[in-house]
Design a protein around this ligand. Structure first.
Ligand code: 5MM
Length: 346
């Protein structure tokens, strides 16, 4: 048992407290730069710092957000006036999270499949992040659906990596967010998405047990069971909610404190509506909290508005706050599409 067990349990509970979700802002420089370049924003460290300051100083953010996942560059940065971002988060009551994987790389022998790397030196990196104030971490594995994939090789290699990472995090005092993402990319059906998500979660929980991960001291961050982006028949909100909850109930032990979904390229409205339906229709059948850990579905509207123009920071923050609040409502089954038209201000 980890010497941090009690602390880890308390942190995990706080991450999924009622009405709260986790903000993913852990884009690596490559991903952040790609999003900036699409909007004509210079891809410099200073612009990334300004954008992350915009997010973390959003008034009222902690009403909806329990914790935020940072990237290594971000956890070392400060506001323009010199306050470390970690201090800004502590002052706001937002838990500090850190992405510790080093990215999804081509998996040898398995064309078109990826394996997430980052175990080398991880124990030491975790110790440093804990000292800096981090209390949880994230590692994302990527599963692609296509002709004859995912392979068993890919599923097992990724599940093994996730479990080794999670065990190291718990040893070092960080709650692991275990993120197996089944990509939305492709023309697969809802049924195929279900089958692959089911197989993925089986492999992940088998490996978590094998690596002696304490299931009451972690958070699962899965993708939803959803039609492929290019599938001619798109499942309804009700179908996505029903199939996702069914898949999770048959794979995720009741001991796990919370499930915090990624948005995975869904529209803002769909990401909120799906989460809401799960809570409204099945909340009383779920032993774990069901909430969000979105990046794009919280950030994108604000990023588009700011687009590198600092005179628009205040308005962009309002947009960010708005999406965080709408998803907070969805995490309690209280979101309604009409709310998209209503003014929401701090
Ligand atoms: C799946 O991506 C995670 C959730 O984001 P969305 O809600 O937009 O799907 C996210 O945390 C992701 O892992 C990072 O933003 C991207 O990290 P990389 O390492 O790909 O830059």
């Amino acid at each position: 048992m980890s010497t941090y067990a009690n602390e880890l349990r308390a942190t995990a509970q706080a991450m999924v407290a009622p009405g709260k979700g986790i903000l993913a802002m852990d884009e690596s420089n490559g991903t952040c730069n790609k999003r900036f370049a699409a909007l004509g924003i210079p891809t410099t460290e200073e612009r990334r710092r300004t954008y992350r300051e915009l997010i973390l100083t959003t008034p009222g953010l902690s009403e909806a957000i329990s914790g935020a996942i940072l990237y290594d560059e971000t956890i070392r940065q400060s506001t323009q006036s010199g306050v470390p971002f970690t201090q800004v988060m502590k002052d706001a009551g937002i838990l500090i999270g850190i992405k510790v994987d080093t990215g999804a790389k081509d998996l040898a022998g398995c064309p078109n499949e990826k394996v997430t790397e980052g175990l080398d030196g991880l124990r030491d990196r975790i110790a440093e992040y804990y000292q800096m104030g981090a209390r949880f971490a994230k590692w994302r594995a990527v599963i692609t659906i296509g002709d004859d994939i995912p392979s068993l090789t890919c599923l097992e290699a990724n599940a093994h990596g996730l479990a080794r990472y999670a065990a190291l995090c718990q040893e070092g005092g960080l709650v692991p967010i275990v993120e197996p993402e089944v990509l939305i990319t492709g023309d697969h059906s809802l049924e195929t998405s279900y089958a692959v998500t089911d197989q993925t979660l089986q492999a992940v929980f088998h490996q978590l047990r094998l690596q002696q991960v304490a299931l009451d001291q972690m958070i699962l961050k899965p993708s939803m069971v959803i039609s492929g982006a290019d599938c001619a028949t798109q499942a309804s909100v009700e179908q996505v909610a029903e199939m996702t909850i069914r898949c999770l109930r048959s794979n995720v032990p009741a001991m796990v404190p919370g499930i915090a979904f990624l948005s995975g390229g869904q529209s803002n409205e769909k990401a909120s509506a799906h989460l809401n339906r799960m809570n409204a229709d099945y909340g009383d059948q779920c032993p774990w909290r069901v909430t969000f850990s979105y990046a794009r579905a919280i950030q994108q509207t604000a990023l588009n508005h700011w687009a590198g123009d600092d005179s628009k920071i205040g308005a962009a923050q309002q947009l960010l706050y708005r999406r965080a609040k709408l998803n907070s409502a969805a995490s309690m089954g209280q979101y309604k599409p009409e709310m998209e038209q209503e003014p929401i201000r701090v």
